[in-house]
Design a protein around this ligand. Structure first.
Ligand SMILES: [Zn+2]
Ligand SMILES: [Zn+2]
Length: 236
């Protein structure tokens, strides 16, 4: 299982699920935090990995947003690991209904897909509704027990997207950037591309050097800087 350790406080970040969408576990001597839960078929591999790490209790489950491929196991984890579920307040009602809202496509093909699946998605991807313990309101600064973990609102892919800055070094980015394509960080689906670029700039205001997307592979700070610069050139 892939693992990163922060230099400052020695927090460990594990890629606890590497599947259609990733989930990350942050551990400190005091707390265990899971970010995202994967889609429904990710439950078994995720729970196997948690077992390998000796995890039987999760303090907080933070959801980067309420698309089904990130939250499908939220209720199960809330009940099984006694996890307190945190979600952005704009996603709270969606999570309570077990629904998923399809964002718009950002390419010709993804626009077609979004139009088609948008109409039918809730039939296919309905998940167990989950009552969040906390619906996050600005400024989303979460520093439980003195932990250096900051939640940053990064809308654009969806209105309820948040990213998690771990110990000033690592950002767990959800779908705010994509790690699937070698030359682009742009997610194939996004509600509002200009808000997404603003969110990228917000992430670059942090000192983070490593960015962990929910789909695909880690990206470095220079990749995000390059993506912002190339977007600026494209709109000139
Ligand atoms: Zn998404
Ligand atoms: Zn996703």
């Amino acid at each position: 299982m892939k693992k990163w350790v922060t230099k400052k406080s020695g927090y460990k970040v594990y890629r606890a699920l590497f599947h259609m969408s990733n989930a990350f576990l942050i551990t400190t001597p005091e707390q265990t935090i899971l970010v995202d839960t994967g889609w429904r078929y990710g439950r078994n591999p995720l729970c196997r990995n948690l077992k390998r790490l000796g995890i039987s209790h999760i303090d907080y489950l933070i959801l980067t947003h309420t698309h089904h491929d990130h939250v499908s196991n939220a209720r199960y984890l809330q009940e099984t690991y006694d996890a307190k579920v945190w979600v952005h307040h704009e996603g709270a009602e969606i999570l309570k209904k077990g629904e998923s809202v399809v964002p718009q496509g950002t390419t010709r093909i993804s626009r077609l897909i979004a139009r088609f699946i948008g109409r039918h998605i809730n039939r296919f991807v309905h998940y167990d509704a989950c009552l969040p313990d906390t619906a996050l309101l600005p400024p989303y600064s979460f520093q439980a027990e003195g932990m250096n973990i900051l939640l940053i609102h990064t809308p654009g892919h969806s209105d309820d997207s948040i990213s998690i800055l771990v110990d000033d070094e690592i950002v767990i980015a959800g779908d705010s950037l994509f790690g699937v394509f070698p030359h682009s960080l742009f997610p194939p689906f996004a509600n509002d591309t200009s808000r997404l670029i603003e969110s990228w700039n917000r992430l670059l205001e942090t000192p983070a050097q490593l960015f962990l997307p929910a789909h695909g592979f880690p990206k470095k700070r220079r990749h995000l800087e390059k993506a912002v610069a190339s977007h600026k050139r494209s709109i000139k």
